[in-house]
Design a protein. Structure first.
Length: 657
């Protein structure tokens, strides 16, 4: 006990001092530069463009608040981005709490400062952008700010978050007001990454769609454009989300002649919503949702409100039409082929993380449901032809779903409509089966990351609940009653056993993608056992693969590399970094903890990934059968004997590794 509570240190332990002098206090914006991932999610391309989004969002907040109607976005050579609006301009008078500093300097050098916290300056805004502005400043090699207020122009420059000069009065200006921010991201943080003109142009266009009262003027140096992105454009869409939806679905055939579109104001000044929704005869739908013009790719409570309004409204219309089958319609039936845009503006929005990928404000669900439900009911009863078509379409999908529960095989598509596939499968859109892949992942968390990381054209994702049934030791009754395996067979489409038909296989290959740990290896073994026992022809045809996700990420400055396992960790460290470099090593808890971009880069992108092919050589068939029975069969004594006979060899291999 003395060793644990202040006595002698354990034998062999390092005797390193640890005192108050070892406690480091980071001041100002230094925490942002030291750990940028905590504020913008990393140092990759997504994080880089998040800086641009933060600055543009501040100008959008001025427009939504009614103080600006024009935003200019200019991308120059050298990775310089300028955003200018004709709003009120950031305040420049001395700050009451810091009388020696202007409000502008406080906003740009202090975390959690800004005009969005109290709700007095903005009814709605895209989050607490006091964080965003200061973070952009901290991660910029240089930032130059101009503020035109009360016919006076004020300027100030910053370098890596620190002011280079005091706030300067640059003289009188006429017919000009608002804020201009010009910045260049720091190469020390982002390395050689540069803004993508195409990505920034799409961002500007989506913002213009989201708020019909703003005009966004886009300009870009033609020398840095490598595709069809325009060098200049004026983006203004009076039709708002309706125009956005029309551009998104292009020439695809809708179920209803015209989209259901509109806007609603929430009671007591709590905000408003705008939407445009249609349903497609064929192909995969989508739902693009935004909160205070911020995209929320992971959805959130506003999407839940839309879901409730639509399902309840359509069921109620079915009751009105005395259509009993309407009661069987679920959100799965209604949302599978839906193409929708939803934009909400609410006070004090709460997001999941600083990158704001998901809206978590609990009141948003009730506000959106109540605000949209009346409008949806009126649309259904006012356009009965569209409503009847939609109801019949939804009932067909519900009946298809019920039939699939009783069938084992599912073709990719019917001649007239897209099928809703089993379980939580996120299907790909390509109809060329040979070029497609099905990823089998463990759980919804890993499934969510994989769905964001995939190529929607050719890669499908099917999340499975934990460890599937061990088919080598399970009874036939258990096998046939297992829903996870039913969903898997249904998704593959080729059947099993006597009903197996390789020609009906819906994917060119199946990729088992589990966590890079012991539990992940166990799940992979169970899945390989399933394919060996129930679908051996897929293995013989070399259609089954194992993904190789990394277990570790090593980072030093802007350089990030990955290691597959403990043995690979030292090799990667020695190969990628100098001995003197300080390297931060992080261990992924699972695929669900990996950022989608990292998962794509290391494991899912065909250009960069490594796959292991599962093979079944004919000459090894007997040995394989014996080994499968020993390791996965019903007799534990065979596993015990295998471990005894192979323990020495396995230990030797572990030492060599």
């Amino acid at each position: 006990m003395n060793d644990l509570f202040g006595g002698r240190p354990p034998k062999g332990a390092a005797t390193q001092s640890y005192s108050a002098a070892d406690i480091e206090v980071l001041e100002g914006l230094e925490p942002v530069r030291r750990r940028p991932g905590m504020y913008i999610g990393g140092t990759d391309e997504n994080a880089l463009h998040h800086l641009a989004a933060e600055v543009i969002d501040n100008s959008m907040d001025e427009a939504v608040a009614g103080h600006a109607d024009r935003i200019e976005v200019t991308l120059e050579a050298g990775n310089w981005l300028t955003v200018r609006d004709n709003g009120r301009g950031i305040p420049v008078d001395p700050h009451p709490k810091f009388p020696k500093l202007s409000a502008l300097e406080v906003i740009l050098t202090t975390l959690h400062s800004g005009g969005k916290f109290s709700g007095k300056a903005y009814d709605t805004s895209g989050g607490l952008h006091g964080v965003g502005s200061s973070v952009v400043n901290a991660l910029s090699e240089r930032m130059e700010v101009e503020v035109a207020r009360d016919r006076t122009l004020w300027t100030q420059a910053y370098e890596r978050g620190k002011p280079l000069t005091k706030l300067k009065n640059a003289g009188t200006v006429h017919n000009r007001r608002g804020t201009t921010i010009r910045f260049r991201p720091d190469d020390e943080i982002f390395g050689a990454l540069a803004f993508s003109p195409a990505r920034l142009y799409r961002l500007c266009r989506s913002k213009a769609y989201l708020y019909r009262g703003v005009e966004i003027r886009w300009n870009c140096d033609p020398a840095i454009i490598k595709d069809e992105t325009p060098a200049s454009a004026t983006l203004h869409f009076p039709g708002g989300l309706g125009d956005f939806l029309a551009a998104a679905i292009e020439n695809r055939s809708p179920v209803v002649p015209a989209p259901w579109a509109g806007e609603a104001t929430f009671p007591d000044g709590q905000g408003r919503a705008e939407w445009a929704v249609t349903w497609l005869e064929q192909g995969e739908g989508f739902l693009n949702a935004y909160a205070n013009t911020i995209p929320t790719p992971l959805g959130g409570t506003h999407e839940a409100g839309l879901r409730n309004a639509l399902v309840k409204g359509l069921r109620a219309y079915g009751e009105l039409k005395k259509e009993k089958r309407a009661a069987s319609v679920t959100a799965e039936d209604l949302f599978g082929g839906m193409a929708a845009m939803l934009s909400v503006f609410i006070r004090d929005p709460q997001f999941q993380g600083q990158t704001k990928d998901k809206l978590t404000s609990p009141e948003a669900a009730k506000l959106v449901e109540a605000g949209l439900r009346d409008h949806f009911d009126h649309w259904l009863t006012g356009d009965t032809r569209s409503a009847d078509n939609l109801l019949a379409w939804a009932i067909e999908r519900a009946e298809e779903r019920q039939r699939r529960r009783e069938q084992k095989d599912t073709p990719r598509k019917s001649a007239t409509r897209r099928l809703r596939l089993p379980g939580k499968l996120a299907d790909c859109s390509s109809e060329n089966a040979a070029s497609t892949e099905l990823f089998l992942v463990e759980g919804d968390s890993a499934g969510g990351s994989a769905k964001q990381a995939r190529d929607r054209q050719t890669q499908a994702v099917l999340p499975l609940r934990g460890k599937i049934l061990n088919v080598a030791s399970a009874s036939t009754e258990k096998l046939r009653g297992n829903q996870e395996l039913k969903d898997l067979i249904e998704a593959l489409g080729c059947g099993a056993g006597e009903r197996f038909d390789l020609a009906r296989m819906r994917y060119g290959r199946v990729i088992i993608m589990t966590d890079a740990d012991v539990d992940g290896a166990h799940i992979a073994a169970l899945l390989m056992t399933f394919f060996y026992k129930e679908l051996p022809e897929l293995v013989r045809q070399e259609r089954v693969f194992l993904a190789q996700p990394p277990l570790y990420r090593l980072q030093s400055g802007a350089t990030s590399v990955y290691a597959r396992d403990d043995a690979d960790l030292d090799r990667v460290r020695k190969r990628s970094f100098k001995p003197s470099q300080k390297v931060e090593v992080s261990r992924f808890k699972g695929l669900g903890e990996m950022p989608p971009m990292s998962l794509k880069e290391t494991t899912m992108d065909p250009r960069k990934r490594t796959l292991l092919k599962v093979v079944l050589p004919p000459e090894e068939r007997a040995h394989t059968a014996e080994l499968m029975e020993a390791l996965m069969g019903r007799k534990p004594e065979l596993r015990f004997r295998f471990i005894q006979e192979n323990a020495a060899r396995l230990d030797a291999e572990a030492v060599d590794a």
